[in-house]
Design a protein around this ligand. Structure first.
Ligand code: ZN
Length: 270
């Protein structure tokens, strides 16, 4: 009987938490559980971002660095304008956008909650131009705006520590919170642990990314060419941008299906 009682406790707690911490993903309207206060997630982001920046070399190529900053700023402006039009601006409260190009051969990029964007030089041969970079940044920024990391941390906390209250968890287990953060945001690669985003999160980030790049003035069709180039990358696939969720073919099909909606935003804004 004990496991049943524990399950009931767990489910009750989960329902209570869900009732108090359900939020809505922009564009898709999906309801999600984001248990952690976003300010807390942004604080964790800052700590991890600062130590990443300190330990990685910034590119000295002025032209490429400028392109990352310029495309990043356009995507950030598009996000703000989209959320404002939907009355969801509060999702980016506390964001202070920063754009970096770091020297690293991996084809990767990410955006942490709070608006801290990092592009690895290893992805530039695949992005090829500003529009290709807009595909990547639109997608990465979408993960942050949709609070996918918060949702993943929440799922992990609920699964592993369901019987404890969340506030107590964060206060009493700073080390565990830090590890969960790194797993949830794909920073685990440095520590030998990685959690690729789920198919659902990838598909949401793809759709939102197309809309953001369209509003920013980039033709969303560029996303198809970009993912076709990425599908030809061989070798071991690191998490996030090279994630196998979904497979390249499935992703490209889904992008094509969503294209008419993205094009409406493109035509309206350009
Ligand atoms: Zn992704």
């Amino acid at each position: 009987m004990k496991p049943l009682i524990q399950n009931i406790k767990y489910i009750t707690l989960l329902l209570l938490l869900m009732a108090s911490s359900c939020s809505t993903v922009p564009l898709t309207g999906r309801k999600q559980i984001a248990l952690l206060p976003e300010s807390q997630v942004i604080n964790l982001s800052l700590t991890n971002y600062n130590s990443f920046i300190k330990s990685h070399k910034q590119s000295t190529n002025i032209r490429k660095t400028q392109m990352v900053k310029s495309v990043g700023a356009k995507i950030a402006a598009a996000v703000k304008s989209y959320l404002k039009s939907k009355g969801q601006e509060s999702l980016i409260d506390g964001y202070r956008w920063e754009y970096n190009l770091v020297v690293d051969p991996q084809p990767n990029a990410w955006c942490m909650p709070g608006g801290k964007i990092v592009v690895y030089t290893g992805i530039l041969p695949y992005t090829k131009n500003a529009a290709g970079l807009a595909v990547v940044l639109g997608h990465e920024v979408a993960h942050a705006v949709a609070r996918h990391g918060n949702e993943r941390m929440s799922q992990q906390i609920a699964a592993n520590y369901g019987a404890q209250l969340l506030a107590t968890f964060i206060q009493n287990k700073p080390k565990e919170t830090q590890i969960l953060f790194q797993q949830a945001f794909g920073l685990g690669a440095q520590y030998g642990i990685m959690l690729p985003y789920s198919r659902l999160h990838e598909s949401e980030a793809d759709k939102m990314g197309l809309v953001f790049m369209a509003i920013a003035g980039y033709n969303p069709h560029e996303a198809i060419s970009f993912w076709e180039r990425m599908s030809k990358v061989g070798g071991q696939k690191p998490p996030e941008i090279m994630s196998t969720h979904p497979s390249d073919a499935t992703r490209i099909e889904a992008l094509k299906k969503f294209m008419p909606i993205a094009m409406k935003y493109y035509n309206k804004n350009n």
